[in-house]
Unconditional design. Structure first.
Length: 366
């Protein structure tokens, strides 16, 4: 599915309003759009479409649902639509009221008709010749602008309504249903890993081991995404929609008093695969196999890490955007600084006549 080249944000009555035009691709091949001041792009780290000041800025000023897998922009439907924003309709201009006085300098002097003399013989009456009665006419025009004075509207004195008497009596029982659950607010609680500094975020209700509210700066032994870790509670943020599953198990003390030092996370048990016994074949261990890993950049800026190429076996350096997570294939566990690694699977291992034991790598700290 191809996306449009223009999208419109309107109705916020802020500098967000305007038309945004396609300007290229960014982060996993998604299109991004630029306006007069802001940029619309897809954040794979937050799995949502985001309106930000600059391309890749994690501080979303306007965003859509999360997680979101739409290939085209998907922001708040109340303000976002497809196509170019319509031009505003100009306000009508009031007509100009013109009042003028015209003075015509034209004074007509009546020429008397000659009176015939009484003679025995009738004399014909003389007919005067036609002349321009208003020769040399002049006109003087002046304009005056009047501002209309609104006519005061007489306020109507309200007439009080008479009380209505309803001869109705009702008796019985009424049952009210109360809300017996936690109210989840649209913000996230953040926790920082004591080992590698990774930030976990969640919108779920998180309570301390005694059922109260977590204390900012306190270190907890926690179960996050089914992995036991030691984390410091950082507090609540409003610009991130977290998706991690967090359960606080025990309270270990404040971070500035050495809470992280006394924290020993319970290691996840490593399962040792047991080969199927056969009378003739001896299982061998092959750790150098091609497996999939999820790599997360813990920095807000671009970063690099190394993998072992599944085809050539050589070391390859890959780039990763700030706060992003990508899936890679490697013969060894990826290495680098300020990254978090989660093992996924080894789908590239092809069964052979000789059984092969595949070790599941345990994610290591950078």
């Amino acid at each position: 599915m191809s996306c449009l080249n223009e999208y419109c944000i309107s109705g916020t009555y802020t500098s967000f309003d305007g038309t945004y035009y396609s300007a290229g691709t960014y982060d996993a091949g998604y299109d991004y759009y630029t306006g007069d001041t802001y940029t619309i792009y897809y954040s794979t780290g937050q799995t949502q479409w985001c309106l930000a000041t600059t391309l890749g800025d994690p501080n979303c000023l306007l965003f859509g649902k999360s997680p979101c897998s739409s290939l085209c922009p998907d922001l708040c439907d109340d303000f976002f639509g497809a196509g170019i924003c319509p031009s505003p309709t100009p306000s009508p201009t009031a007509p100009c009221s013109v009042d003028f006085d015209a003075i015509f300098d034209c004074e007509v002097t009546v020429t008397p008709s000659p009176t015939p003399s009484l003679t025995p013989t009738l004399t014909p009456t003389i007919t005067p010749s036609s002349t321009n009665l208003c020769g040399g006419v002049a006109i003087s025009v002046s304009g005056i602008t009047y501002t209309p004075t609104p006519t005061p509207t007489n306020s109507l004195t309200p007439t009080p309504s008479p009380d209505v008497t309803r001869p109705c009596n009702y008796t019985g029982l009424v049952t009210f249903n109360t809300l017996d659950d936690y109210i989840v607010c649209p913000n996230s609680k953040q926790f920082k890993d004591c080992t590698n500094g990774y930030i976990y975020s969640t919108t779920d209700v998180v309570l301390n081991p005694t059922g109260g509210t977590p204390v900012v700066g306190m270190v907890y032994n926690a179960d996050i995404n089914e992995i036991n870790v030691c984390v410091e509670y950082l507090g609540v943020v409003n610009n991130i929609s977290g998706v991690d599953n967090v359960e606080l198990l025990s309270e270990l003390g404040l971070y500035n008093e050495g809470g992280c030092v006394s924290c020993l996370p319970i290691p996840s048990p490593t399962l040792t695969p047991t080969p199927t016994p056969t009378p003739t074949l001896t299982p061998t261990l092959t750790p150098d196999v091609c497996c999939e890993y999820k790599v997360t950049n813990l920095l807000f800026s671009a970063n690099t890490f190394n993998i072992k190429d599944c085809t050539t076996g050589g070391t390859v350096t890959l780039n990763i955007n700030g706060g992003s997570t990508i899936t890679v294939k490697s013969r060894k566990i990826p290495t680098g600084n300020n990254i978090n690694i989660v093992f996924v699977d080894c789908p590239c291992v092809t069964p052979s006549p000789t059984p092969t034991l595949t070790l599941t790598p345990t994610p290591s700290s950078p």
